[in-house]
Design a protein around this ligand. Structure first.
Ligand SMILES: [Cu+2]
Length: 678
């Protein structure tokens, strides 16, 4: 074992994380895959890492990856942030399909609409290097669902933990050479977690706030989610496969202390059909066809808050409610072809997204209580895109890759609201592209450089949302004149991999033209504007296998954003953070100690009255045994019961009910998991 010791020592001093595995050999395989198979701009999370962690959703689980953070709004439904890029600045996909939440306040981000038990792997691509999907401006996250294996397989998985949290799932599958099928069901629920100071995370408002939870609801169930799914596969020939999958998810009574309302329900359906044929001819390497549909129905109101207390004006069980729905239809066709010494991948894709949100408030229009308002005025977005990407190795040590993509986008309102008339339309024609060069001077060392232009169009909310309020309450409105954001980004990365470890370092710089920024339009209105902005950041990651069955994993992430027009920091940028984990794993038993830390975030957007967030450090401990097809894990997270906040969970207008109310992270929490595979 030859390690460049000086490098490692430096890394270990800097970094830290968690991570884990069922068997030492599996861990080594992960190290190999990450070290040798993944390009420096790509990261992944395996099913093992998801299972061992007490993460309640994908947003929380992905925080294990350097460069990824999340926005906490409650006990669940964490929104993924990649290198400071969030919401529509990144693509979060499921098996390559687009899914958007229905809630205008992102109670249900894309990653909320699937269960862990459906997932086999999550791929994270950083930077504007994905041309096969529209809108991968800052990066792309794709959750791949499990495929049925050969023969009969099933597994049973249950986790129980602090705050009466329970997660359970059962999957069963059968497959032969021609046909396969899979069935799965998952259930999760939790009470309201407590923060490190012993208070419920719902208990963050003063007793005078209208947004405080009512005495009988403050400790009610934090969420309850049932998910069922099925998948069928057919292999007409040895080199082709057709697949159809369907998922139904019903989330009930989901609390969002970050916001002024809670979700009564959030019901999702996902349907995905795909056909793939490989090795058609020496020239045609692969052809993929895909068609998908999904729908989310979301109802939220304030019935659990003091603001719904009956009065002369509040005559229903709520004082405010939003009934929202979104639908997506998508088609994709692409292929890979041998051209010269390289591979050409090219394709066409189309999607149609509809988004409608109806808001009703007791006091919005005096004399007309609960008059309906088209908060998001039934907006249709059509997008048609074409792309081509060519990859060619040359001179033994180099790989050159270049991609180009063109998109046409049409957006139209089917209803009107105080901001925009029915039938208003806008369209965009944009192109994106990138060049990437990978150099392997010696085996194991990979140097990467890339430059890209990424595009994303304004979304229906940023363009057309309208939520008027009587001063001093804040009006929230879109900006129908918004232009698409263009990201010119440069990346440099280096990865060194040997059989027992890898180190990956990357730096990026983004010049953002027409970045869509949330801002204070006036003392009583918040809206969106195009600004010039820059972002830069760096990540470091490593996984090392040491003697005596010991493993070390570390991550370090930093990003900085600047509003160049306003000459101040961009809002909602995560602070410097990192983790380091030490693990003993002999293949049948493991034990892991993880330290996580974040520095204070003092780069805040004064224009939004954003507040500083102090730094913090927490410790997690977990252990497990594997006996044949049974595995048992148990752990305690936030061992020292620290009371702390993630900077991204700061409550901002138009929802802030004052300054300084934040949703704290969970205090000390225990969990135990049993998985049985047969
Ligand atoms: Cu909502």
């Amino acid at each position: 074992m030859k390690y460049p010791l000086h490098t490692l020592t430096a890394l270990l001093m800097l970094v830290l994380t968690n991570q884990t595995v069922l068997a030492a050999s599996q861990l080594l395989e992960e190290i190999t895959v990450r070290g040798e198979m993944e390009p420096p701009t790509q990261e992944s999370l395996t099913v093992r890492e998801v299972r061992e962690s007490p993460a309640r959703d994908m947003g929380e689980a992905l925080k294990q990856i350097e460069g990824v953070s999340s926005v906490r709004k409650g006990a669940i439904a964490n929104d993924v942030v990649l290198r400071g890029f969030q919401k529509d600045n990144i693509n979060v996909l499921v098996d390559g399909t687009r899914i958007h939440g229905a809630c205008p306040s992102r109670m249900d981000p894309p990653s909320f609409h699937l269960d862990f038990a459906e997932i086999s792997e999550i791929k994270v691509l950083k930077g504007p290097y994905d041309v096969s999907n529209p809108g991968s401006l800052g990066g792309m996250i794709d959750a791949r669902t499990k495929q049925p294996g050969k023969g009969f397989n099933s597994d049973f998985n249950v986790t129980y933990g602090s705050f009466d949290r329970m997660d359970g799932s059962v999957t069963a599958s059968y497959g032969n050479n021609r046909l396969d099928g899979l069935l799965g069901y998952a259930y999760k629920r939790s009470g309201v977690p407590k923060a490190g100071n012993g208070s419920l995370i719902t208990d963050i408002y003063p007793s005078t706030s209208a947004n405080r939870y009512r005495a009988d609801t403050i400790d009610s169930r934090a969420y309850e989610i049932n998910t069922g799914w099925t998948k069928f596969g057919l292999k007409p020939t040895d080199n082709s496969r057709m697949e159809v999958g369907y998922t139904y998810q019903d989330a009930d009574h989901v609390l969002y202390p970050y916001l002024r309302m809670d979700a009564e329900y959030d019901r999702t359906q996902r349907l995905n059909w795909s056909y793939r044929i490989e090795k058609v001819s020496p020239v045609v390497k692969e052809v993929n066809l895909q068609a998908y549909w999904n729908q989310v129905k979301h109802l939220m109101d304030d019935r659990l808050r003091a603001s719904s207390t009956p009065s002369a004006t509040v005559t229903r069980i709520y004082s405010m409610q939003t009934d929202a729905e979104t639908r997506m239809i998508g088609l994709k066709a692409n292929g890979s072809f041998a051209v010269g010494d390289g591979t050409l991948k090219s394709g066409i894709d189309y999607y149609n997204r509809n988004w409608d949100a109806l808001n009703m408030r007791a006091m919005y229009t005096p004399g007309q209580a609960y008059s309906p308002l088209n908060m998001i005025p039934d907006v249709f977005v059509d997008n048609l895109g074409l792309f081509a990407e060519y990859e060619i190795p040359f001179a033994d040590k180099f790989i050159f890759k270049a991609g180009l993509r063109g998109d046409l986008t049409w957006i139209e309102t089917d209803k009107g609201n105080p901001l925009v008339a029915e039938g208003t339309d806008t369209d965009f024609a944009e192109s994106s592209g990138n060049v990437q060069l990978t150099y392997t001077p010696v085996t194991g060392l990979e140097l990467f450089t890339g430059f890209g232009r990424g595009i994303r169009t304004p979304d229906p909310q940023e363009l057309y949302i309208s939520l008027p309020a009587m001063a001093p309450a804040i009006t929230w409105r879109g900006n129908p004149g918004l232009q698409p954001t263009i990201n010119y980004q440069a990346d440099v990365g280096a990865k060194y991999a040997a059989t027992r470890f890898y180190v990956n370092a990357s730096v990026f710089h983004s010049w953002l033209q027409d970045y869509i920024n949330f801002y204070s339009e006036s003392a009583t209105a918040k809206s969106y504007q195009n600004i010039d902005a820059t972002m830069w950041g760096s990540e470091l990651g490593t996984q090392i296998s040491l003697p005596y069955d010991l493993f070390v994993k570390g991550t370090l992430s930093y990003v900085e954003g600047k509003n160049r027009d306003g000459n101040r920091p961009l809002s909602e940028i995560p602070p410097l953070s990192g983790s380091v984990g030490l693990r003993y794993d002999n293949g049948t038993a493991f034990c892991e100690l993880i330290a996580n830390m974040a520095r204070e975030q003092d780069r805040v957007d004064s224009g939004l009255n954003e507040q500083r967030t102090p730094g913090w450090a927490t410790t997690d401990l977990k252990a497990g045994v594997i006996y044949k097809s049974l595995s048992l894990y148990a752990g305690v997270y936030n061992l020292l019961d620290k009371h702390y906040y993630s900077h991204l969970s700061y409550l901002r207008d138009p929802f802030a009910s004052g300054t300084g109310f934040k949703v704290p992270e969970n205090g000390r929490n225990f969990y135990a998991n049993i998985t049985y595979t047969f």
